[in-house]
Design a protein around this ligand. Structure first.
Ligand SMILES: *Cc1c(COP(=O)(O)O)cnc(C)c1O
Length: 378
């Protein structure tokens, strides 16, 4: 008998140890981890620099609250916005909380409440973030939801243009929908969104909770598109496994989040920001990011060689890739891959999502693709 709520459909193995891309279960079985704890452990498991940062900071100060100045937050914020068209940061603890902050900031700044979101999006499980999420299965049973989110089809310029009016405060999207199926925004849609935002003075919120922090081969995925967000939310990769989230915003938003308007007790505590600082110093580095792009090209090439293109298609960006399996339900395949020693995560019901640590080696990619081939093709 478990004393846990059964709100997760947990897989029947327990991972007890990890190093880099490899993890081991309680029976000592070895797996290649292409989940990274759902795009979280960007530097792999037990990265020595993160271990060191946690050790060092834990001996100094873990938590003191936002009653006091925070040199660690100052430094992390400055590192994150350096050379980006974003000026200020706020730190919280998770992706949903980051999106709540984004929604609150957009409402307060514009004085409006109508926000456009997209089908198959995922923005989190809290009320605002859940209401922004374009998937019925996430919202079912929890109504009434927060009002004034309009959900439009993704990558549909005509539907967007038909819906825009002066009531719209913000448009909110993921550059690559993660939970919704590894669906990337098309260049045409990104251009249309940006043009509409510029023309109507609408704020653009880009949810980079999954795509951010080097996952797609650039610091943030929006950098590879025409999108110029006013607000970027982030979380997953930011702490490399330690819980931390946050938003980045443009200079014009500075006054809107003034003293007393928003906050969180744990957000940006010294332990979390020291870990995130370590992560960012590794990842926001040209050589590191070029390497992520090279690994992405390598993985895509190996997948194309291994899987017949008439049935399997590979989509996504950087090391956030989806293998679409010709309409097959992927749940049984995910189980078989696990039994064969490769951990992956579904995106929707038809796509196998590959989220290796950004530090994955070519040898590990070779081994993972070999397992994929043997399970999918035989
Ligand atoms: C995971 C995710 C969230 C929610 O993050 P939590 O930390 O689970 O609250 C929000 N947006 C996107 C795009 C995500 O992938």
């Amino acid at each position: 008998m478990s004393a846990l709520f059964q709100n997760y459909a947990r897989r029947p193995i327990s991972i007890v140890e990890g190093k880099g891309t490899l993890v081991y279960d309680s029976e000592g079985k070895r797996y290649i981890d292409f989940t990274s704890g759902i795009a979280v452990c960007a530097l792999g498991h037990a990265h020595p620099a993160i271990v060191k940062a946690i050790q060092a900071q834990s001996e100094k100060l873990w938590h003191i609250s936002n009653l006091f100045e925070s040199p660690g937050q100052e430094k992390l914020a400055a590192t994150l916005v350096k050379d980006l068209p974003l000026s200020y940061a706020f730190f919280c603890n998770s992706g949903a909380e980051a999106n709540e902050a984004a929604i609150k900031l957009a409402r307060k700044h514009t004085g409006k409440h109508h926000i456009i979101v997209f089908e198959q999006s995922f923005h989190g499980r809290t009320f605002g973030a859940m209401s922004a999420t374009g998937q019925d299965k996430v919202r079912k049973g929890f109504g009434p939801l927060v009002e004034h989110f309009t959900t439009l089809p993704f990558n549909d310029v005509a539907a967007l243009e038909a819906t825009i009016d002066d009531s719209v405060a913000a448009i909110m999207l993921e550059v690559v929908q993660g939970e919704g199926g590894v669906n990337a925004v098309t260049p045409e849609f990104a251009e249309a969104i940006q043009a509409i935002c510029d023309q109507h003075g609408i704020l653009l919120i880009v949810d980079e909770v999954q795509t951010g922090i080097g996952r797609t081969g650039t610091r943030f995925a929006f950098e590879q598109t025409a999108l110029k967000p006013n607000i970027v939310s982030m979380a997953k990769g930011l702490g490399g496994g330690f819980p931390i989230g946050g938003i980045l915003g443009t200079a014009e938003l500075f006054e809107t989040f003034n003293a007393g308007t928003h906050g969180t007790t744990f957000g940006g505590n010294p332990l979390a920001v020291s870990v995130a600082q370590t992560v960012i110093e590794h990842i926001f580095n040209e050589e590191f990011l070029a390497n992520v792009q090279a690994k992405s090209v390598y993985l895509k090439q190996k997948l194309a060689e291994a899987l017949p293109g008439n049935k399997y298609t590979v989509q996504g960006m950087g090391l956030m890739l989806g293998v679409s399996c010709g309409g097959d339900d992927v749940a049984p395949l995910v189980t078989k891959l696990e039994q064969a020693g490769l951990l992956v995560v579904q995106a929707g019901t038809k796509v196998i999502r590959l989220l290796p640590p950004l530090t994955v080696s070519e040898e590990e990619i070779d081994e993972a693709v070999k397992i994929l081939k043997s399970v999918l093709i035989g």
